[in-house]
Design a protein. Structure first.
Length: 262
């Protein structure tokens, strides 16, 4: 039986259920069959399916664009490529966290981008997908006391170095978001890498979700500071809480000297 005949012999409700689970490669022929049907409701399903296909094509094109730097690196002979990014350089409280992520060449997770551009709910979904696919993930965490002792730039580099050290297998190239990192492994800095490079974007999401979870844990211990909302950043309410209640052990003393006289 031809698909057009199958569509013609099916109810609108049955067709609506059928198209929910269509394989991607069968969508074009279904669109053609649905659009040829005489029933308005069936043609409407065809239009919806066509929009879905356009979204899929756009997502695939964006993934391809974001993987350009990795493709160029693989063309030069690099196989295990790690993206590295950090989160938490600017907050008044909490650690700086870095993630290093090696994804397989076949990875194609739609929606990977700079973590700051993605909703918290979407980050959680992407984090799970990245962790399912990753060949290796490393997490580096540097606490506030160490940040105060060595400055935030050096603490960030330490977090990144610690994240890379956890990677098994060992990468043969590090792609990093615009920071010079001393390493025996070749390093390529990418300006705005979290928005331009697939594996760096993946690292930014993993680091962000990991740090957010830490701050949510701190919020249970120190509920007055709203860490579950501000993630340690210097919101007006957070600064007011510091001035009223004083700093906690997770505050960076070198970051709050303007707000607290100790």
């Amino acid at each position: 039986m031809m698909l057009k005949d199958e569509v013609a012999g099916s109810s609108v409700a049955a067709i609506r259920e059928r198209v929910k689970a269509l394989p991607e490669d069968s969508i074009p022929v279904w669109i053609e069959a649905l659009n040829a049907d005489k029933r308005k409701g069936v043609r409407a399903i065809g239009e919806q399916l066509q929009k879905k296909q356009m979204r899929l094509k756009a997502a695939i094109a964006k993934i391809h664009e974001h993987q350009a730097i990795e493709r160029a690196a693989r063309a030069q002979g690099y196989a295990l490529i790690s993206g590295i990014d950090e989160v938490g350089r600017g907050p008044l409280a909490g650690p700086v966290v870095a993630a290093a992520v090696i994804l397989p060449e076949t990875s194609a997770i739609a929606g990977i981008d700079d973590s700051k551009k993605i909703s918290a709910k979407r980050r959680e979904t992407l984090n799970a997908a990245i962790r399912d696919e990753a060949l290796a993930i490393g997490i580096g965490v540097v606490d506030p006391e160490t940040i105060d002792a060595m400055n935030i730039l050096e603490a960030t580099k330490l977090a990144m170095t610690n994240a890379v050290a956890q990677l098994v297998p060992r990468p043969d190239l590090l792609l990093i978001d615009a920071l010079k990192l001393p390493s025996q492994i070749p390093v390529q800095a990418v300006v705005h890498g979290d928005a331009r490079c697939y594996c760096i974007g993946a690292a930014s999401i993993v680091a962000k979700v990991y740090r957010d979870h830490l701050m949510q844990e701190y919020a249970r211990t120190y509920p007055e500071y709203g860490f579950e909302r501000n993630m340690g950043y210097g919101t007006a309410a957070h600064i007011e809480a510091i001035q009223t209640c004083g700093p906690t052990p997770v505050h960076r003393r070198s970051f709050i000297t303007h707000f607290v006289q100790e």
